[in-house]
Design a protein around this ligand. Structure first.
Ligand code: MBD
Ligand code: FE
Length: 296
């Protein structure tokens, strides 16, 4: 993106679509005909049932056609699916867990962010601009297994929006890895990360998803959130989000991805600079039933 470019739905949608295509996430899909038949038949039947029950008209059918075409043109399929459906997929994928269940990944994850060593009392600063706006947040904690044992050298990937609600690599004019990083915990699974509190996030209003939101009289907001992936050898990969108390959208997140156990409790930092918060992660061991995508 060029430095003068404005943040647009089509630009962030195109970036999210490209990222998804490159992610390799579709490689594991098996063409099991019985399963495809089961799912596709159920989806088509559900849509037909709605048409018959609500007596959908030709103009409404054509409006839907035009809108679906626009979702693709704007590159907003990743956004649409992650906002309105991923939370149910995540619920199914993590219901077996005894440790943290986590939350949805969303459309803006980028693997292989720059890695730093961290540990208790040794915070690593996330990549940020020298004049990064926002309240400083010292985010620290420990990664353990469900047996209570610390997980040495656990890996914490963190990514989040800036004070204006923008994600690097999906909005123009931001350094490549701004507010994205990988942090390796110490021998006791302790980590400490120096970052800033993100702002509430409004999904793009100038694309197909925004058009639907306006037409339906909904709002476009997600509460302020941190995105995380936490992993350690022999344990299931945890994808999570953490939220801030008092955010008016914790109770009506457009992506339905808030859970009570994911709301942080930040305090004034003991060194007098901004806020600090402790949050511990508990990972389930890998078992025979663990699907491939949850194996770190
Ligand atoms: C986000 O930042 C996000 O986390 C989700 C789930 C959807 C859109 C934007
Ligand atoms: Fe997000």
């Amino acid at each position: 993106m060029t430095p003068t470019e404005q943040a647009t739905a089509a630009a962030s949608g195109a970036a999210a679509t490209d990222r998804f295509r490159q992610s390799g996430k579709t490689a594991a899909v098996q063409a099991d005909q019985a399963r495809v038949n089961e799912l596709a038949s159920a989806l088509v039947k559900a849509a037909n049932d709605i048409i018959l029950e609500k007596k959908v008209t030709y103009p409404e059918f054509n409006a839907l056609k035009a809108w679906l075409i626009k979702v693709g043109e704007d590159g907003e399929w990743p956004l649409f699916l992650d906002v309105w459906l991923e939370h149910s997929v995540e619920e199914v994928a993590t219901e077996h867990r005894d440790g943290n269940k986590g939350s949805i990944e969303g459309p803006y994850y980028i693997p292989d962010s720059p890695s730093q060593q961290t540990g208790k009392g040794a915070p690593a600063k996330i990549s940020q601009r020298p004049d990064e706006k926002g309240t400083r947040l010292l985010f620290q904690g420990q990664v353990r297994g469900t047996d209570g044992k610390a997980l040495p050298n656990a890996k914490i990937e963190l990514w989040h929006a800036d004070e204006d609600g923008f994600y690097s690599q999906f909005a123009p004019n931001l350094p490549e890895w701004n507010l994205r990083g990988t942090f390796i915990a110490d021998e006791e699974g302790h980590f400490a990360i120096d970052t800033i509190q993100p702002a509430p996030y409004q999904i793009p209003t100038d694309g197909a998803c925004g058009q639907l939101i306006a037409a339906a009289g909904w709002h476009a907001w997600r509460p302020a959130h941190l995105h995380l992936k936490v992993s350690a050898p022999g344990h299931e990969l945890l994808t999570a989000q953490l939220y801030f108390p008092g955010d008016e959208h914790n109770d009506d997140d457009i992506a339905s991805a808030v859970k009570p156990e994911l709301i942080l409790d930040p305090q004034d930092a003991s060194d007098g600079h901004g806020k600090e918060v402790n949050y511990d992660f508990v990972l389930d061991p890998v078992s025979e039933e663990t699907p491939e995508h949850l194996r770190a």
